[in-house]
Structures are given as structure tokens and as C-alpha cells.
Design a protein around this ligand. Structure first.
Ligand SMILES: [Zn+2]
Ligand SMILES: [Zn+2]
Length: 394
């Protein structure tokens, strides 16, 4: 970003309020008014049937997943690769979601990750308050250079689908937002009813569920991986945001195609990408190193317990801190050993050496099973140690 432009933006924002963006204000106000007034009135006087709601839900899913799997994980973070047809599907869905072009969205999002919580540079800094991070940042021309400077998305400028969508964003957005509900409504015999539900209500719900990731996911939830920024993990929010509620993990391991890393974590975006890869429609799915993930958790717990110990004036404080550090180092060393043996075992399996008759394979398998049990024990010891220490201090 041009530093002169940035400096001007920053100083301007400190002295006077930036220009209002009337287009955004009108879109948010009108769509909300129609959804909250028009939908109940039409429902009362005319009524809706199951088709209206099924189509609306499908459209909400299409918009949401185009943003999470397309705009976010594919284009902003390059967490996987896919073909031009899937990209086209996301590009149309992104225009349907009315969240600006993929190029602009990804540029903003990369700035958000790079300068998270920096009130002058993070486009939707949570430290500027809930309203600002949820919607306020789109109502005025804060950091005006964001609207013209796309130097942080040069890779996307080489993507013909991204650039096609960027150039044709306005007509594409109008066509899909009015055309699709009107066409389905025409087939169903209720154009206005479908426009109200699958058009306006769908758009308002889709907008605010995405906006929750910038607002709620930075204030509500746990921080198991890092407290260096405000991002939180929140399972409930993941239900509304197609898996993006695991935001603390995401900020720490942003190129991972998953946000919810456990199999039971509700992350439909991760499942969609996985299914696409099984169908050979996606490849090079990036996963963070498991050792780094577990070590980040251990370090976070170490910091939390350390803070607790530091809070009290104890005569044996140094001793406790040394012992805590020692327990942490023992666990981390065992973790590193475990993942190294696991890698060996995975490699042996890939080379088809896992045959029971193969002596080398049997040895690696045995070593892996032993260390797996051992690291589980070490993990339990580490968690218990922290729990006991915190209880003793409570
Ligand atoms: Zn964030
Ligand atoms: Zn992200």
C-alpha cells in the first residue's frame, strides 16, 4: 500500500469523518426494510409455501458457501486449487451475495490478516467496536486507498474468472439478484413472494451471517491457539457461518483449507472442499503441520497458566514457573518425536511397506503405536499439571 496515501487516510480519519458511501447505505437499508416489512406483510395477506422456504435456504447456502469456499479459502488464502467451472460457480454466487467483487474482497481480507486489530489499517478492526467491525466499516470511505490499490492481490489479477467478475460485477449482481428469484418465482407462480424471500430476505440473512465473522468471531469465544489478536473460536457461530466460527485457529493457520480441524467440528466449507477433491475438482488442499497446531495449543496453555502464577505474590513463584516451563518442554519434545514417527509410518504405508510380513514395516508400526500411547499420556499429564496448578491458585 502506498504509504503517502495511507498516511493521508489515517490523518483524515483522525480529524474528520470520511465520506459516506450512499450506495452501500441504500442497499443495506432498503434490503433490510423490504425483508422486515415486506416479507411479514406478504406472508400475512398472501402467504408462502414450502417451496419459497426451500428455495430461500438453498440460495442462502449458495451465497454463503461461495463466500467461504470461494472468496475466502480459495481466493484470499489459496488454501486449495480448483478448476474454472467451480471458480465461475463461486464468482456468480459471490455476486449473488452482494459482497463486492472477489478481487476487492480478497484484498480487504488480506489486509485484515496482515494488520489485524490495527485501527488504522485493518479494514474491519474489532478494536473499533462491534458496529464498526460488523457493518460500519462499509458505510464510510475509511482507508480510501483500499478502493483503488490492489497491489496485494496481484496473483488474483492473473485469474481470468476473478477479473471477469470484477469488470462485470454490477450487471452480474443485478442480473442474478433479480433474475434468479424472478425466474424461480415465475416457474412457481409467485414472482413477488419469491423475490421477497429468495431475493431480499435471503440477502439480508446472508449479509449478516458473513458479517458476524468480522464482528462476533472477534469478541465471543475461546482462544486456544493464540491471544496475539482478538480472533476467537466459537462452535455456535460456526453453525451460522459454514464453519468460519473457528476463527482463532484460522487467524493462526490461515492457509489451512479447514477452519474446524476436528472431524466433529461443524465446517461444511471444509467438507465441500474435501468432496470436490474426491471428485477430482479440487487439489493441493493445504493442511497445517499437526506438530505446530498442538504446540500452539500447548504454548497458549503455558501462557495462561503463567499469567495466573504471575498474578499472585507467592514465595515459590520462580520455582513454579521453572517447573511449568519444564513440563511444557517435556511435552513439546514428546510431541515432536510423535509426529516424526507418525510421518515415518505414513511414508511406509504409502510405499506399501505396511504388509505384516515386511519386517521394517512391522517395526515402524510398533514404534508408532508405542509413541502414540506415550504422547497421549504426556498430553494428559500436561493438561492435569496445568489444571492442578490453576486449582491450587484459585
Ligand atoms: Zn478475522
Ligand atoms: Zn481469512
Amino acid at each position: 500500500m502506498n504509504s503517502e496515501v495511507q498516511k493521508t487516510d489515517t490523518s483524515r480519519s483522525k480529524h474528520s469523518k470520511p465520506k459516506l458511501i450512499w450506495l452501500n447505505i441504500s442497499v443495506f437499508s432498503l434490503t433490510s426494510a423490504i425483508a422486515f416489512i415486506g416479507v411479514p406483510l406478504w406472508g400475512y395477506f398472501v402467504g408462502f409455501d414450502a417451496t419459497h422456504w426451500i428455495v430461500t435456504l438453498l440460495c442462502i447456502g449458495y451465497c454463503g458457501m461461495s463466500i467461504t469456499a470461494g472468496y475466502h479459502r480459495l481466493w484470499s488464502h489459496k488454501a486449495y486449487e480448483t478448476n474454472r467451472w467451480i471458480k465461475l460457480f463461486y464468482a456468480i454466487g459471490g455476486a449473488f451475495a452482494v459482497q463486492n467483487s472477489a478481487l476487492h474482497w480478497a484484498s480487504d481480507h488480506r489486509i485484515h490478516h496482515r494488520h489485524v486489530d490495527d485501527n488504522d489499517r485493518d479494514p474491519y478492526s474489532a478494536k473499533r467496536g462491534f458496529w464498526y467491525s460488523h457493518i460500519g466499516w462499509m458505510l464510510r470511505e475509511y482507508q480510501a486507498s483500499r478502493y483503488t490499490d490492489y497491489s496485494n492481490v496481484k496473483d488474483l489479477q492473473r485469474d481470468p474468472i476473478v477479473m471477469w467478475q470484477h469488470r462485470n460485477y454490477l450487471w452480474l449482481t443485478l442480473t442474478v439478484n433479480f433474475g434468479l428469484p424472478i425466474f424461480i418465482g415465475f416457474l412457481h407462480g409467485d414472482v413477488i413472494g419469491m423475490l421477497l424471500t429468495a431475493g431480499f430476505l435471503r440477502l439480508v440473512i446472508s449479509h449478516h451471517t458473513t458479517f458476524f465473522i468480522n464482528s462476533l468471531a472477534h469478541v465471543w469465544g475461546k482462544q486456544p491457539y493464540s491471544d496475539r489478536n482478538t480472533a476467537r473460536d466459537n462452535g455456535f457461530l460456526a453453525l451460522l457461518t459454514y464453519g468460519e466460527g473457528y476463527h482463532n485457529f484460522h487467524h493462526h493457520f490461515q492457509n489451512d483449507y479447514r477452519n474446524g480441524i476436528r472431524w466433529w467440528h461443524f465446517d461444511p466449507t471444509k467438507w465441500l472442499i474435501k468432496v470436490l477433491s474426491w471428485l477430482k475438482l479440487a487439489k493441493n488442499l493445504k493442511r497445517s503441520d499437526e506438530t505446530k497446531i498442538e504446540m500452539a495449543r500447548a504454548e497458549m496453555l503455558l501462557n495462561q497458566t503463567r499469567k495466573k502464577v504471575m498474578h499472585f505474590s507467592l514465595p515459590n513463584k520462580d520455582e513454579l514457573l521453572d517447573s511449568l516451563k519444564h513440563e511444557y518442554e517435556v511435552y513439546c519434545a514428546k510431541l515432536a518425536e510423535y509426529y516424526s514417527v507418525k510421518r515415518e509410518w505414513v511414508l511406509a504405508q504409502k510405499k506399501q511397506l505396511s504388509d505384516n510380513c515386511d519386517a521394517q514395516s512391522v517395526e515402524i508400526k510398533h514404534k508408532y503405536q508405542q509413541i502414540k500411547a506415550l504422547v497421549a499420556q504426556h498430553k494428559e499429564n500436561w493438561l492435569n499439571y496445568n489444571k492442578q496448578l490453576k486449582l491450587a491458585l484459585a
